[in-house]
Each structure stands twice: as structure tokens, then as C-alpha cells.
Write a protein that binds this ligand. Structure first.
Ligand code: HSE
Length: 295
């Protein structure tokens, strides 16, 4: 029997649409597996009532199928579905690590990325690796056709999740099919700045590098109060704010001493719009952690 804790993640970071991702220190999903003749799934925790337990319709069932690893699988959701925090990716990453160990498949974390991404495709409609990569590998990840680049990063964050729903499918519909060259040039500059900031653990560079005029404005329009919440966070020390993944979570980068004030300011600003929210005060975190029953 194995248990894996896999973290939430935040994809895009503004300028790195479908490319950048970071693992968060919290929240996280916990998946427990034991060998069985056929796969069964039970789901408890945050938003579990919205997650199908039928293995044919669950991300984790797809991972078990891909690894030819039937198991009794218990998923305890810490990451709310449709939050923009890589909820299905966290479950898929946890299951991939757990089943790889349970059946001694010997695959590396990098080799598990496409397997977990296939699982995620079942619910999101497309196999993006920008959430499963950080959930599996930890730190800051850059996913391109050529492969995955990972770097550990130390950065304080606030992930503020409002009680509104934005589905990944809907949020993808608003992504423009084309962009102006001036916007592309600007976004490339910001993305490069952000990547250097991650390598240097520099919250100013990362915050500045999150700016994006192509996808983020379209997504922000789906989140009531976005401008006010962003301004409130920036006013108390956040160095950058953007939509986390497909939303509705907003991600703020800051310095550790400002984190509490940033979290409060974001929640208060949502509250001014009549929206309840919760704020995770966290940091860039580690990838999925495996525990065997003996531990
Ligand atoms: N990069 C993806 C998006 C993340 O923003 O749509 C969610 O799968």
C-alpha cells in the first residue's frame, strides 16, 4: 500500500500561457493505493461530490489504465475542482507516483508527466502538462515541445480562491486565436524576465514578469472583482498578481513579511464585491511525496 501527497499548482503565471507552472506548498491531494483485481475509486474532501468515482470518467482511472495498474484507490481532495489550482492534475500526479511504486514500474518523474497529463485530458479536454509537471517535479517548470525544464525556487505566494465557478473548458474558449506582434514581443520579454526571477528567487522580477496582455485580460473578465482584488494586493506589497491557471483563483507573488497583509487585502476586496473567498498563504513547493505503509 502506498500513499502520495501531490501539491496544487499554478499554471501560466500570466506571461507563460500553457508553458509555465509552479508547485504550491499547499493545498494538496492525498491518494492511497493498494493492489486489486480491478480499479475502484472513492473520493472524499473538497468538492468530492462533483468528481465521478467511475474509473472510466476519473483522471486517476485513466492513469491506472495507462500504467496497467489496477488498484483500490482512495482520493482525499485538498484541492477544490475548478479552482485554477490544478486539482485534477494533483490527483493524476499523485496516482501516477503511487501506482508506479505499487507495481514497481520504474518510471522516472519525467516519464510520468505524459501519463498523468493523459489522465487530466479526460476532464479538461486537452492534455496540458503545465499543471502535472510541477505537481510531479516541484518548483518552477517550463513545458515545451522539446521537454521540461525544472528549477527549484523560493518565493512567497498568496493563492486567493473566490467562491465562484469558472470551468477550464469555458476559460479556454475565451483564449484569442491570434495576437498582435507588439503583444507577443511584450509577453516574450515578460516571460524571460519571470524565468530569470525564478532562478534568482527574486519576487520583483517574477512579479514584473507576470504581465501579459494576450490571455490574462480575457480570463480576468470572467472573474468579478479581478481589478480591485489585484490593486488591493499590489497596494500592500504584492509584486505581481495574475489569474492562476484558468481561474478563478488569483495568484499573488510577494515577500514573506507582506504575505499576511496581501492575503487579507485580497479577501477583503472580494468581500466588497459580495464574494466569499479563502486565501492560501504559501510558497513555491516540492513535488509529489511518496510514503509507503512502513513509514
Ligand atoms: N494552461 C492551462 C490553461 C491550465 O490556462 O488553460 C489549465 O489546464
Amino acid at each position: 500500500m502506498f500513499t502520495v501527497r501531490a501539491p496544487a499548482s499554478s499554471a501560466n503565471l500570466g506571461s507563460g500561457f500553457d508553458v509555465f507552472g509552479i508547485a504550491l506548498g499547499r493545498p494538496a491531494d492525498v491518494v492511497r493505493v493498494e493492489r486489486a483485481p480491478e480499479t475502484t475509486i472513492t473520493v472524499t474532501g473538497a468538492g468530492s461530490q462533483y468528481i465521478p468515482e467511475d474509473p472510466e470518467r476519473n483522471t486517476v482511472g485513466a492513469v491506472a489504465e495507462a500504467l496497467d495498474a489496477p488498484a483500490r484507490i482512495q482520493i482525499d481532495k485538498g484541492v477544490r475542482p475548478s479552482s485554477g489550482l490544478g486539482s485534477s492534475a494533483a490527483s493524476a500526479a499523485a496516482a501516477a507516483v503511487a501506482l508506479n511504486a505499487l507495481y514497481d514500474r520504474g518510471l522516472s518523474r519525467e516519464e510520468l508527466v505524459p501519463i498523468a497529463a493523459e489522465g487530466e485530458a479526460l476532464v479538461s479536454g486537452a492534455a496540458h502538462s503545465d499543471n502535472v509537471a510541477p505537481s510531479l517535479l516541484g518548483g518552477f517548470t517550463i513545458v515545451t515541445e522539446g521537454g521540461i525544464t525544472q528549477v527549484d525556487a523560493s518565493l512567497s505566494l498568496v493563492a486567493c480562491l473566490p467562491e465562484i465557478n469558472v470551468s477550464t473548458r469555458d476559460a479556454r474558449k475565451v483564449v484569442p486565436e491570434r495576437a498582435e506582434m507588439a503583444d507577443i514581443v511584450s509577453t516574450v520579454g515578460h516571460a524571460a524576465t519571470l524565468a530569470v526571477g525564478m532562478a534568482r528567487d527574486d519576487p520583483d522580477l517574477v512579479g514584473r514578469g507576470m504581465d501579459d496582455g494576450i490571455v490574462t485580460p480575457e480570463r480576468a473578465a470572467l472573474i468579478r472583482g479581478y481589478d480591485d482584488v489585484r490593486d488591493a494586493a499590489l497596494a500592500v506589497g504584492a509584486t505581481g498578481v495574475t489569474v492562476s491557471g484558468a481561474g478563478p483563483t488569483l495568484l499573488a507573488v510577494c515577500r514573506e513579511p507582506d504575505r499576511r497583509a496581501v492575503a487579507s487585502a485580497m479577501m477583503d476586496a472580494f468581500d466588497d464585491h459580495g464574494i466569499e473567498s479563502r486565501a492560501y498563504q504559501t510558497e513555491v513547493g516540492a513535488g509529489a511525496q511518496l510514503y509507503s505503509d512502513a513509514e
